[in-house]
Design a protein around this ligand. Structure first.
Ligand SMILES: Cc1cc2nc3c(=O)[nH]c(=O)nc-3n(C[C@H](O)[C@H](O)[C@H](O)COP(=O)(O)O)c2cc1C
Length: 192
């Protein structure tokens, strides 16, 4: 694909970090269960407070139409337009209490973020792209966890091989082709 958006970096970083970006044009190629499970395995090796591993996932491959559509249904219309073409959709949620003592886990969202990053970098290592989404119906997605209320959905993730941006409408296509930028390091690091 000609529109792989790899930025220039000032310092040398592992290519996995800069190869990853969030596309909306997806290929029709499916993601194997083996590859998908390798992503969840990568997620499971994230660090977490008290090794509680608060991350929880619900996933559906596009081939499982009924389950996949249940997840599409959770998304906001603006995300549905393109995310319905993903090969896999995931609800990423967390247990808000520690399993060892049932006390509130104030770091659950932090640990879920670590696990999600492991997941999407494992995907990227196989040229599978990810797009995290906060635009979805949290109540609907949370209800799919069938928990006693202690597991809550936090974001959704679309996974796919990269597709042709020409398949997108003009606005999304422009976004797909626009370069990426980041704040300079000095903006967020104080060296003492
Ligand atoms: C928590 C979170 C929520 C996001 N929600 C959405 C969303 O609802 N829709 C969308 O198109 N992108 C969403 N994004 C993607 C970001 O816009 C994207 O990661 C950011 O612009 C940086 O671009 P990059 O991932 O291509 O480097 C979300 C990302 C995160 C981490």
């Amino acid at each position: 694909m000609s529109h792989i958006k790899i930025p220039n970096t000032k310092y040398n970083v592992n290519s996995l970090f800069v190869d990853r970006w969030s596309p909306r044009a997806f290929s029709e190629k499916s993601i194997s269960t083996e590859d998908l499970m390798s992503m969840f395995e990568a997620a499971s090796w994230a660090a977490s407070a008290m090794n509680d591993q608060p991350w929880r996932y619900i996933a559906a491959q596009k081939e499982n139409t009924e389950s996949f559509n249940q997840l599409v249904d959770c998304l906001n219309p603006a995300n549905q337009i393109w995310a319905k073409n993903a090969a896999v959709l995931i609800i990423s949620g967390m247990s808000t209490i520690y399993s060892s003592n049932q006390k509130p886990n104030g770091g659950a969202m932090h640990d879920l973020g670590l696990a999600n990053q492991n997941l999407i970098l494992q995907a990227q290592s196989k040229n599978i792209y990810s797009h995290i989404m906060g635009g979805f119906d949290k109540e609907k997605a949370t209800s799919l966890f069938n928990s006693d209320g202690t597991i809550v959905a936090h974001c959704m993730i679309a996974l796919s091989y990269l597709g042709d941006p020409e398949l997108l409408d003009e606005t999304l296509k422009q976004r797909e082709l626009t370069g990426r930028s980041r704040r300079p390091i000095e903006d967020f690091v104080t060296m003492l």
